[in-house]
Design a protein around this ligand. Structure first.
Ligand SMILES: *[C@@H]1O[C@H](CO)[C@@H](O)[C@H](O)[C@H]1NC(C)=O
Ligand SMILES: *[C@@H]1O[C@H](CO)[C@@H](O)[C@H](O)[C@H]1NC(C)=O
Ligand SMILES: *[C@@H]1O[C@H](CO)[C@@H](O)[C@H](O)[C@H]1NC(C)=O
Length: 114
């Protein structure tokens, strides 16, 4: 992530690299969702497509990289979590939930003040 550690307000970029190994195909609905928060998100989660018209779909065994840049402008609490999830967005869900609540990939970091 950049900047590391995060600070606000700042344009913030997460770059993730992965390889799907479960036989699932990453299609146009697959989105990377970045949520920063303590008990509740400090600002609405940032949502970016994992693949685009040139490299979609991504088949199992193919390494992929995706980048999510957004403006972090909320006040960061002393301790917070950074949660990255990938799933197929349910377009009829107002809360931007994933289809069948299925998370295809995830990563999490906890930042604690010292
Ligand atoms: C599609 O994504 C790839 C890698 O994620 C990137 O290199 C390429 O520039 C993107 N193309 C477009 C049209 O956004
Ligand atoms: C933070 O950014 C969002 C989206 O760009 C904007 O709607 C909002 O007004 C900004 N809030 C502050 C406090 O700057
Ligand atoms: C998508 O979201 C709608 C509205 O919340 C819900 O009724 C539906 O069951 C969801 N579909 C799936 C496949 O998760």
């Amino acid at each position: 992530m950049d900047p590391d550690p995060l600070f606000s307000p700042h344009l913030t970029t997460f770059t993730i690299t992965g390889e799907e190994v479960d036989g699932l195909i990453i299609g146009p609905l697959a989105s990377l969702v970045v949520t920063i928060g303590a008990t509740v998100p400090v600002q609405p989660p940032s949502v970016f497509p994992v693949c685009n018209s040139t490299d979609c779909p991504i088949f199992t065994g193919t390494k992929y990289t995706t980048t999510d840049t957004f403006l972090l402008n909320a006040t960061l609490p002393p301790s917070y979590e950074i949660v990255l999830t990938i799933g197929n967005l349910n377009s009829s869900s107002p809360q931007m939930l994933f289809l069948n609540n299925e998370i295809l990939a995830c990563a999490m970091a906890t930042i604690t003040s010292s």
